[in-house]
Design a protein around this ligand. Structure first.
Ligand code: PXP
Length: 241
């Protein structure tokens, strides 16, 4: 069965909009575990705009599922990954001014910079994946680096207008096939929703999907009603004394 990793970053985004502790991404990870998630994914960004180091520490303490730490290829993040020792590390490109991870990592152009980082993570027993565009050159570079896993960026496919979506899907199908032929485990993620996930989940060589933003948004529509009804009960009980 294809594994489902739940990215909880945007629970922390909502928490951080107010400061304080609510909503707690660790509690969201517990809900994800109870709902059948196979892993938890969290991106510790350089600017700590959502997940914090304290969140990573608490996730490791309280969640039984494997933690996939998304991280930029920096010395600071390498040091943190070696300190926390998550099950997996997914190396992502990161620009401070971007709203989200825009595009994949340039593994082909960054082989020299990435080699020691990937080596250090693997040596520490951390499964390394590289978040790349569905591009043969990037897949071959990931293979040359010795990374066991690639995660294909599905953003272009998800954002494509209808007339271009098939073409973007074909790129992912082709890339997933190429990764499998090279013996790489293949994951996919970014921007997936109920509408877009089907054709990606149907690709046999994709072993894992990582999904976050859509689910946090969708939880509003699935859960807002219940939260309001519960608030009504709490208020009415208080009035009755
Ligand atoms: N996979 C990777 C490597 C990512 O960087 C992200 C976004 O942080 C995701 C998956 C999840 O994307 P989304 O939040 O759009 O579902």
């Amino acid at each position: 069965m294809i594994r489902l990793g739940i990215n909880i970053d945007h629970v922390a985004t909502i928490r951080n909009a107010r400061g304080g502790i609510h909503p707690d991404p660790v509690r969201a990870a517990c809900v994800a575990a109870a709902a059948g998630a196979n892993g938890i994914t969290a991106h510790l960004r350089e600017d700590r705009r959502h997940i914090s180091e304290n969140d990573i520490q608490r996730l490791l303490e309280h969640i039984d599922l494997p933690l996939n730490l998304e991280m930029a290829a920096t010395a600071e993040m390498l040091e943190l990954a070696l300190r926390y020792r998550p099950h997996a590390a997914c190396i992502v490109p990161e620009r401070r001014e971007e709203r989200t991870t825009e595009g994949g990592l340039d593994v082909f152009g960054g082989l020299a910079r990435l080699r020691p980082l990937v080596g250090a993570l693997l040596e520490a027993g951390i499964r390394v994946s590289l978040f790349i565009e569905p591009d043969l050159r990037q897949i071959e570079a990931a293979h040359a680096l010795g990374a066991p896993v690639v995660e294909l960026h599905t953003g272009a496919y998800c954002d494509a207008p209808d007339h271009r979506r098939e073409r973007e899907l074909a790129r992912i199908v082709e890339a997933a096939g190429a990764a499998a032929r090279l013996g790489l485990e293949c994951h996919a993620g970014h921007g997936l929703s109920f509408e877009t996930v089907g054709p990606i989940a149907a690709i046999p060589s994709i072993a894992e999907l990582n999904i976050g933003h859509f689910l946090v948004g969708e939880a509003i529509f699935i859960g807002f009603d219940q939260a309001i009804r519960h608030m009504r009960i709490v208020i009415d009980r208080a009035r009755q004394g």
